[in-house]
Write a protein that binds this ligand. Structure first.
Ligand code: NFS
Length: 662
């Protein structure tokens, strides 16, 4: 059943619309196959949850104490404690933000302690990213000359760890080292410089507990402060620690999509976010012993495929084929071809285990925080890493052994594969494009109308992957260079937009540039924490242009927002002055006019302070130079992006005679 939500001015799709509109024929084939088999997925469970509660959808339901739940609406203007709508709505959004911050924070913690383990010579982990270690040493003022790289890496990582957990008022060092000076001044003026990731989570929860802060403007300030901690501790920290450990991505061509699975091979999927144990398992799966084990079991070889951000980490550094995202994780199990899924942390939905049980797939959990009943649990702890090599081998063996055991009668692999050009780091994007000055020139001349980051999750509230792909196709046609990560990247990779032949789909300026340089119009820059790469690119282009980030034709696009982690992604770019386009309304009462109760024909403004703050002209736009646009229809969304970029170009005098392609 489609659900019309007048309160949000949207309609959410039913399953038939998901099937009809999803751009990947492989996903459609599997949705239909699972339906025929009577196997439920998230798209069926979404139907069972309808109609969804409009109080929750608009953020007007408070569950922060046990007096509630309280709802704000026509019957009550305040919760039982007296909390008003503004405090409730912003408090809910902030709690989602800090939950996402905590998820990336745990990811960062694991990556950082893994660098320390490597520096201490433990578990045969090596420090392969010397260049990143030295860059960080330079930025932090850590002496490096003549010292062993392990010592420098240890000292740098200790600073990243302090940023994750500092409790006193000293500055967040990564922010000081990497944020544009103009931004640091702005944030200092607003009083939103953070201490550390952990402190800002504590403060956010403290402020929103029963009888805490009820001044919504103070909560809004804490939200921006927490977004800065999210950015400069958990995102930068995870991405940098991983690069120190495993090195930078290298460009290469590979193949992605569901068709990479092979019926006569052992098929192993890597799913989650933290790449440390995953990298070691990959080594084991490629070792002669495990390959031998696979052939002894009757397999023609081993296929490794990637899901979600762990998949994208392996794609970026090793060219390992990716298959799908959070929304497709059940579908890929429905191929009946997957022998094992190795999962670490986050975005592994419980439905995956249900599907795994239907098709006899072995799930192996490797994060000590996350257990799944019935799964094989082989946890990795970077603070006690001695067993890492043996455990990784155990996982690889278990995956191969699953092949021999499995019922292979239900195998159905959609024969869809897509070429992808991958392995984009901050450094090689800059080099390939000819440096920051050259990028400024491309923007100024109108060859590129803008640069946007298009990222984030899936949500059943918009047709699966339709918004990602439609927005991306529209924008490259208008000469907007795109960088992508996360679940969006999977959709765009599978659609071929990150492939070597995608230049033909781009507009005249971007298309010509892509052909000249041999690059696709959409660059897949890694997992969600690697949005740091895009942010660094924006900052570097801003430096070269001598123009603040907030005044440049940049945009953040989250077409299918789903996870709590995505709130911080948008706000990260927002605080830097990059406006957001969001593809489904957040849990905030929208600013749409509505009939006045008891006065037919009259409209009331239907607005509230929080939406005015985020999306109006007086709030964040004045404070940080950016705002949030919301539009669920992707073609209209693309128009909003074009309009926004054009305004920036006009203000800079860069609009010239070039008009935006439609
Ligand atoms: Ni990002 Fe990666 Fe996907 Fe969303 Fe989840 S996988 S960290 S949170 S759902 S993009």
């Amino acid at each position: 059943m489609k659900q019309h939500l007048p309160v949000l001015n949207v309609e959410v799709p039913d399953k038939a619309e998901h099937v009809a509109s999803t751009p990947n024929p492989a996903s459609r084939e599997l949705l239909q196959r699972l339906e025929a088999l009577g196997v439920e997925t998230l798209f069926d469970r979404f139907e069972q949850q309808k109609p969804q509660c409009t109080f929750g959808l608009t953020g007007r339901c408070c569950r922060m104490c046990q007096w509630g739940p309280c709802r704000i609406g026509p019957r009550a203007e305040r919760g039982i404690c007296g909390k008003d709508q503004n405090a409730m709505v912003i408090g809910n959004v902030m709690r989602a933000l800090v939950a996402g911050l905590s998820a990336h924070g745990r990811h960062a913690h694991e990556a950082m302690f893994s660098v320390l383990a490597a520096a201490d010579g433990k578990a045969h982990l090596a420090i392969k990213g010397e260049a990143r270690v030295l860059e960080l040493a330079g930025r932090f003022g850590v002496p490096a000359e003549g010292r062993p790289i392990a010592d420098v890496a240890r000292e740098v990582t200790r600073i990243l760890l302090e940023d994750l957990g500092r409790l006193d008022a000293s500055p967040l060092r990564t922010l000081e080292a990497f944020a544009p000076p103009e931004r640091q001044e702005t944030w200092r003026g607003l009083g939103i410089l953070p201490r550390s990731a952990s402190y800002e989570v504590m403060e956010a929860l403290h402020m929103t507990t029963l009888g805490g802060c009820t001044d919504w403007t103070a909560l809004a300030a804490q939200e921006l402060r927490a977004a800065l901690a999210y950015c400069y501790s958990t995102l930068f920290g995870s991405s940098f620690a991983t690069e120190m450990l495993f090195g930078l991505p290298q460009q290469r061509i590979t193949t992605v999509n569901y068709g990479i699975l092979k019926a006569d091979h052992v098929n192993v999927l890597m799913h989650g976010h933290s790449p440390v144990m995953v990298e070691v398992i990959l080594e084991k799966l490629r070792s002669p012993e495990i390959q031998q084990l696979a052939s002894a079991a009757g397999a023609a070889g081993i296929v490794v495929g990637g899901l979600c951000c762990s998949g994208e980490e392996l794609l970026a550094r090793h060219g390992v084929s990716t298959v799908t995202n959070i929304g497709g994780q059940e579908l890929v199990l429905g191929t009946g071809a997957v022998d094992a899924v190795v999962v670490d942390m986050q975005c592994v939905i419980p439905g995956a285990k249900i599907l795994a049980d239907c098709f006899g797939t072995q799930i192996i959990t490797t994060c000590k925080s996350n257990r799944i009943p019935g799964a094989l649990h082989v946890p990795f702890d970077p603070e006690e890493p001695e067993q890492l090599q043996a455990d990784a081998e155990r996982v690889a063996r278990a995956a191969v052994e699953a092949f021999a055991r499995r019922d292979r009668s239900k195998i159905h692999i959609p024969q869809v594969t897509t070429a992808a050009q991958v392995g984009w780091s901050y450094e090689n994007i800059l080099d390939t494009l000819g440096g920051a000055e050259r990028i400024v020139e491309l923007l100024r001349s109108g060859t590129l109308k803008g640069i946007a980051t298009i990222v984030g999750c899936n949500t059943p509230k918009v047709p699966y992957e339709h918004n990602h792909v439609t927005l991306a196709r529209e924008l490259i046609r208008s000469d907007v260079l795109l960088l992508t990560t996360g679940c969006c990247a999977h959709a765009l990779l599978n659609d071929g937009l990150c492939g070597p032949d995608a230049a033909g789909q781009a507009g005249p300026g971007l298309g010509r540039l892509c052909r000249q340089l041999g690059i696709p119009p959409v660059l897949a820059v890694g997992g969600c924490v690697d949005n740091t790469r895009t942010l660094r690119l924006f900052a570097e282009v801003s430096r070269a242009a001598g123009v603040a980030v907030k005044d440049l034709p940049f945009m953040f696009i989250g077409p299918e927002p789903g996870n709590e982690k995505t709130v911080g992604q948008g706000l990260t770019f927002l605080v830097h002055g990059v406006s957001n386009l969001v593809g489904f309304p957040g849990p905030i009462p929208p600013a749409i006019p509505r009939p006045k109760p008891g006065e037919p024909g009259e409209l009331e403004r239907g607005s509230n302070d929080v939406i005015d703050f985020l999306a109006g002209t007086e709030g964040v736009l004045k404070l940080v130079g950016a705002k949030i646009y919301t539009e669920p229809e992707p073609r209209l969304g693309a128009q909003l992006v074009r309009m926004h970029l054009r305004r920036k170009r006009l203000a800079l005098g860069w609009a010239g005679q070039h008009s935006m392609g439609q």
